[in-house]
Write a protein that binds this ligand. Structure first.
Ligand code: CDP
Length: 222
């Protein structure tokens, strides 16, 4: 059984950056599950489909191009909004479920564990995860981070508009019927409003390391 660290949280909370660093620290595999929904949305938009229409969205989920996971095109606000629309459709979540499960059960590169970030990892995808984090920050702080992230990708956006989009997307994610964004009962809350990347990483590690260490010991005892 592989060791699983679930990192869920709100939009632009820094969960992706944290998840990547935590994975590197333990030499675990990392997956950004949000990229799957963003790639689905991109496929739908590329095929001139409607992201809120089940047939179009499911077709998108079945035709995602994983090679484009690093493409800045998936980070645009248009794709972000469409990703939240496709993510609310149960058949889309079902189509992406097996892929996420198999990544966690058999992490690539023979890693002993995997870190996955998203919205429903600790609640639905891996309810028995070894350690769970729920990452959040004040909306204004998140809007500023997203503004900086987009700027580094060469995209210049209005910060107030980004704030409105983030708040709207969180609302949609929290109130959807299927796999809503919510903190799992056994997840540790990490508010990164006042924390830079290094401080957030240290805080995340302090929360997950004891659990990961004891799981690694147990797996060695076999
Ligand atoms: O980067 P950011 O936090 O803005 O978003 P993301 O993690 O890339 O996720 C984009 C959208 O995909 C979210 O707003 C959710 O609607 C959806 N998503 C989801 O439903 N379940 C996941 N496990 C991950 C993302």
């Amino acid at each position: 059984m592989s060791i699983i660290i679930a990192v869920d949280g709100t939009a632009a909370s820094g969960k992706g950056t944290l998840a990547k660093r935590v994975a590197r620290h333990f030499n675990f595999a990392h997956m950004d599950s949000g990229a799957l929904y963003r790639l689905t949305a991109l496929a739908v938009l590329d095929q001139n489909g409607d992201p809120s229409r089940e047939a179009d969205a499911v077709k998108g989920a079945r035709t995602i191009d994983l090679a484009r996971a690093g493409d800045p095109a998936i980070r645009s606000d248009k794709v972000g909004k469409a990703s939240s629309q496709v993510a609310a459709i149960p058949a889309v979540r079902q189509a992406l479920y097996a892929f996420q499960k198999s990544f966690l059960e058999h992490p690539p590169g023979n890693s002993l564990g995997a870190v996955m970030d998203g919205r429903d990892i600790g609640t639905v995808i891996a309810p028995n995860a070894t350690a769970k984090l729920f990452v959040d920050a004040k909306p204004e702080v998140r809007a500023r981070r997203r503004w900086l992230e987009l700027k580094s990708l060469g995209i210049d956006r209005n910060e107030a508009e980004l704030l409105a989009e983030i708040v709207a997307r969180d609302h949609a994610d929290r109130t959807r019927a299927v796999s809503p964004l919510k903190q799992a009962a056994d997840a540790s809350l990490l508010d990164t409003s006042a924390l830079g990347i290094d401080a957030a990483f240290a805080a995340a590690l302090a929360l997950v390391e004891p659990k990961v260490t004891s799981a690694l010991k147990a797996s060695h005892r076999g």
